[in-house]
Design a binder for this molecule. Sequence first.
Ligand code: SAM
Length: 268
Amino acid sequence: MKPLKELGQNFLNDSSIAAEIAALADLKHGERIWEIGPGKGILTNEILAYDVDLTAFELDRRLEQPLKERFGNKLNLIRSDVLRVNWQELLDQSPQNVKLVANIPYQITSPLLSRLEEHRARFDKVVLMVQKEVAERLTAKVGTKDYGLMTIRMQLVFDIEIGLQVNRVFFDPAPNVDSAVIVMRPRQDSPRHRDPELFYRLIHHAFQHRRKTLRNNLLHMMTKLQLAALEKQSRFDLTRRGETFSETEFIDLCDLIAALTYSSESTK
Ligand code: SAM
């Protein structure tokens, strides 16, 4: 079977790494697990060793028969694009929350993270193999080069850590990037912000031109007058770059912008 690049088919070739990935999920008998892209089943096999209720989404129809032959009815196989299935409907088939464990095709990373962000309340744990650079961005600390929009968005709702680094030689064919397994748990202490839409607009603009000051980036989302008012009222030095602002600082700034915007709208 020729691996398809467009489906991100770089298969793990070391079952001890697959076992380590499954171990990171801390699986318990009877738990509800999702896997994306089981491929030839190297990770599937390790997950099923925990006697869990496993649903796997595989897009490549060539893999359907071999997976069915290998795992029989121990595996609920959905032969679909995981981004095209109705997550809400599937999640609602049981009141039980899900753990996701997967070595994903890297080209779906961004839309998949958005999906997880949206449905986070239904996931107890997410263990994902991703490109090493993505893992570094997801776990970055404020003020570092990897800290950015993706960091803030995902860290706002998940506690994220790197569970394992995986060199490219452990894949067939070997990709031209290294990988890492991230472990994400929904945050219990997720901060509340007054206006989520404004918050995402703020961080989007804050990182749009990384080398610019926050002040210059904010000019793309507010008038000079509003910015002057913000500078007057805020405790922040807006000549700092976006990457130096922590989550809490962005939230405070967002609340201030919201207050200013509402008051300037109400005086119109
Ligand atoms: N889990 C296997 C492993 O570790 O060897 C395979 C991993 S391989 C990186 C990614 C797998 O995802 C492939 O089997 C590919 O066919 C499948 N895949 C690609 N795009 C998909 C999608 N949108 N939905 C579901 N599966 C997909």
